[in-house]
Write a protein that binds this ligand. Structure first.
Ligand SMILES: *Cc1c(COP(=O)(O)O)cnc(C)c1O
Length: 389
């Protein structure tokens, strides 16, 4: 049997409305041309399609179209923001601030910069996984040139207080970058008022295609990040490379799916799925919700279980439920999630953690059934000597 897909935080399927639009931007009878071709109608049509996609994304974000730079994904957007700002401001200072539980695409950028001689303060998060504004306040220095903290945590679902963190950065005159990959389409983001200078997004976390993302660069940010990809000077020189029309219209169409109250409705749906899953799980003892005690995005539920071997649990679950044993990006490693380790979750419990993430195509009935099935599996794994009749 095909397992039920409960791994929407790793990636989402493309929405059929998005796939349809993308299909119209590939073949000779569609809008296939190079958007940078200024000498013919085909190119003008492609440029128009790209600009429509950009405006759809800008509408969802509450920003100006000129503040968006298309990239290959959130990984590249994080690289551009972090390495680009370090390069732009190296003459002003060498001190950077982030946390050890950021996505690998952020953590590894800072490790590279550390090896190049920058000094990095790795802020200790609260046990829930959020970074307290006081912790950031204590770390800011006159030579700090960048702060990077995520909006919604990809393993835990907890939300950082961007308004408070951003206000501290503004007061200190330090650029603030936010990895927003798990926040887009999962909370209202009004970049016109949020005190954020740079924010990374990914198409495939919002029912768009893989291989497209964007970096928001506040128009007041001076200097902007230094380009990390050189070539034809696309995207106002910030990211060279032929714009992938079909990917961008797909990203734009995916963003447009949240218009007219659909975002609020989807949040209600995700909350209903999370509640149904927990209802199905029932009163099973020895279950811990990681990230508890902080505001969270309802689509992610990270649970760990007393008294079960992590590997056995994962193998038992895999046939019926597609979930994640931490971040998909480090699931090849046999070490427990670096995030849970950094939060001080005991090793055995970290190994037994499962991240369930719900989405647009999950039904509450499926979520409830999955919770009930999981509860039975965990109970039976805890009593391996139970005799069969
Ligand atoms: C998925 C994800 C990324 C990486 O995005 P890609 O578009 O796959 O490169 C970065 N950060 C977070 C928080 C994510 O969830």
């Amino acid at each position: 049997m095909t397992p039920l897909y409960l791994d929407y935080a790793a990636t989402t399927p493309v929405d059929p409305r998005v796939a349809e639009v993308m299909g119209q931007h590939l073949t000779l009878d569609g809008v296939f041309a190079n958007p940078a071709s200024r000498t013919h109608r085909f190119g003008w049509d492609a440029e128009e399609a790209v600009e429509l996609g950009r405006s759809q994304l800008a509408t969802l974000l509450g920003c100006d179209v000129r503040e968006l730079v298309f990239t290959s994904g959130a990984t590249e957007a994080n690289n551009l923001a972090i390495k680009g700002m370090a390069e732009a401001l190296a003459g002003r200072g060498r001190h950077l601030i982030t946390s050890p539980i950021e996505h690998k695409a952020v953590v590894d950028c800072f490790k590279v910069l550390e090896a190049q001689g920058f000094e990095v303060s790795w802020l200790e998060p609260e046990p829930s996984g959020v970074v307290a504004p006081e912790t950031l306040a204590a770390a800011l220095r006159p030579d700090t040139i960048l702060v990077s903290l995520m909006a919604v945590h990809n393993e835990l679902g907890v939300k950082n207080d961007l308004a408070a963190l951003g206000a501290l950065c503004r007061d200190a005159g330090v650029p603030f970058h936010v990895d927003g990959a798990q926040a887009l389409g999962k909370m209202t983001l009004n970049l016109a008022t949020l005190p954020v200078d740079l924010m990374s997004f990914s198409g495939h976390k919002i029912y768009g295609p893989k291989g497209i993302g964007a970096l928001y660069v506040n128009r007041g940010l001076n200097p902007p990040p230094v380009a990390q990809m050189h070539g034809g000077g696309h995207e106002r020189g910030l990211r060279s490379g032929t714009l992938p029309t079909h990917q961008i219209v797909g990203f734009g169409a995916a963003a447009a799916c949240y218009a007219d109250g659909a975002l609020a409705a989807e949040l209600v749906h995700l909350e209903a799925c999370r509640e149904a899953f927990l209802r199905g799980l029932g009163a099973l003892p020895g279950v811990h919700a990681l990230g508890a005690g902080a505001p969270s995005m309802p689509g992610i539920l990270n649970l760990t279980f007393d008294g079960v071997d992590g590997e056995t649990l994962q193998m038992a679950v895999a046939s019926e439920l597609a979930c994640s044993s931490g971040s998909a990006c480090n699931s090849v490693s046999v070490e427990p999630s670096f995030v849970l380790t950094a939060l001080g979750v005991p090793r055995a419990l970290a190994f037994a953690a499962l991240r369930f993430s719900f989405g647009r195509f999950t039904t509450a009935a499926e979520a409830e059934g999955a919770g009930a099935w999981l509860g039975e599996r965990v109970a039976s794994l805890r009593s391996p000597v139970a005799v069969s009749s």
